[in-house]
Ligand binder design. Structure first.
Ligand code: AMP
Length: 397
């Protein structure tokens, strides 16, 4: 497999699938979080500095059927130009004649952005002819869209077959893959996984996978109450998935069998309503009275989790410890984020993967104090679960 550092881009047009599905303010139409754009700038710069030109393609939002102004990638042109430090050309379409006119006459050093791929339903269907047409925009294909690597769409995987010897990952995907490999396949110890978030059901596959690998498994957030109830605890009105009680006990047994220390919150912050202004008190997680629900981990749990995190050499964090969106229940998640950052300063490798823990680490301004913050929510989860993602397979094979 070729890598971006081995390839000669001189006078070549690099067609790059990026994930520019960024949030845009509906009134000002300005990008409100440019992380995804910022994170592929090194790939773009590498090509233009090596004498090549760049054609960028992406989706944005979920357009229904054809062009919709609010989903036009034209809205993000100023942000890309600013981050890149040069003007870019916007092609008003992705497979129209006018777009080919532009991309067939590219000068080295120039950058073009194609219009939203999902204005054509063929993109999501993985249509072969659509992919073949898109392929005509470049001499070499680069996939740097980790956020959509779990989709078998025309631009993310089908297109790769038209570049049998000229396809590769961009720096961002390379980094995402290396980070997961480092966490899951390195011999350094201890390896700690922190899993939180609302439901056991959405994280069960990843927990089952992680239990094979980790030394410590910390479980927090709403999903912890299913485990506590399964062990005979009283969890009041906390979030519980009764269908998963048996499975929770199986996981606890499996952890014991494999010498994995599974840590559940011993104490919890409870509220009489799912509301930031509710009455709040603290109690043991297994003794939550009826009418009360656990919305964050308590101080003893924080101290217990912190101790393990600070001892760890490899850390994977997916999912918040409580309802961190509400200020009164953000303390547990903030404390864990700080411990992960502190462990990283001490030399641990930390990977933050999955939507809400990424939002949390950003909220507490600690993203630059951990080793890697993944840009792919669903893609990262599937990759951690051991699924071969179509966007990755298409480059590798
Ligand atoms: P997930 O997408 O599964 O990672 O879940 C993230 C969501 O879980 C966040 O929106 C949190 O507010 C929510 N969450 C975390 N802890 C709790 C809890 N104790 N009760 C209810 N929701 C929670």
């Amino acid at each position: 497999m070729t890598t971006i550092d081995q390839y000669s881009f001189e006078n070549k047009r690099a067609l790059i699938r990026v994930d520019f599905n960024v949030p845009i303010d509906s009134k000002t139409m300005k990008v409100t979080d440019d992380t995804r754009i910022r994170s592929v700038i090194p790939t773009i710069k590498k090509i233009i500095n090596s004498g090549g030109s760049v054609v960028l393609m992406s989706h944005l939002g979920r357009p229904k059927n054809g062009f919709e102004k609010k989903y036009s990638l034209k809205n993000i042109v100023p942000t890309i130009s600013e981050l890149l430090g040069q003007d870019i050309t916007f092609a008003g379409d992705c497979i129209g004649e006018a777009a080919f006119e532009i991309t067939h006459n590219l000068k080295p050093g120039s950058v073009v952005l194609l219009e939203n791929l999902r204005f054509y339903s063929e993109e999501k269907k993985g249509d072969l002819d659509f992919a073949k047409r898109l392929a005509k925009h470049g001499d070499v294909y680069i996939n740097d869209a980790f956020g959509t690597a779990h989709r078998a769409h025309a631009s993310t995987s089908v297109i790769a077959q038209f570049f049998p010897n000229d396809k590769m990952f961009g720096y961002l995907i390379e980094k995402e893959i290396k980070s997961v490999d480092k966490v899951l396949n390195s011999s350094e110890k201890p390896l700690t996984a922190i899993v939180g978030g609302a439901k056991v059901s959405s994280k069960i596959t990843i927990i089952e996978k992680l239990i094979e690998k980790v030394d410590y498994l910390i479980i927090g957030g709403g999903m912890a109450y299913t485990f506590v109830k399964a062990q005979g605890g009283q969890v009041g009105n906390s979030l519980v998935e009764d269908d998963y009680l048996e499975l929770a006990n199986t996981i606890i047994a499996k952890a014991k069998e494999r010498n994995v220390e599974l840590l559940l919150p011993i104490d919890t912050l409870i509220a009489d309503d799912f509301n930031n202004d509710a009455t709040i008190k603290s109690c043991l997680t297994k003794e939550i009275p009826n009418g009360w629900m656990g919305l964050d981990i308590g101080t003893e749990s924080i101290a217990k989790f912190e101790k393990v995190i600070l001892e760890s050499k490899l850390i994977l964090w997916n999912g918040p410890m409580g309802v961190f969106e509400m200020s009164n229940f953000q303390n547990g998640t903030a404390a864990i984020a700080k411990s992960v950052a502190k462990a990283t300063t001490k030399g641990a490798f930390s990977l933050i993967g999955g939507g809400d823990s990424v939002a949390a680490i950003n909220k507490f301004n600690l993203a630059n104090q951990v080793s890697h913050v993944s840009t792919g929510g669903g893609a990262m989860l599937e990759y951690l679960e051991g699924v071969e993602l179509p966007g990755i397979a298409a480059i590798k094979h």
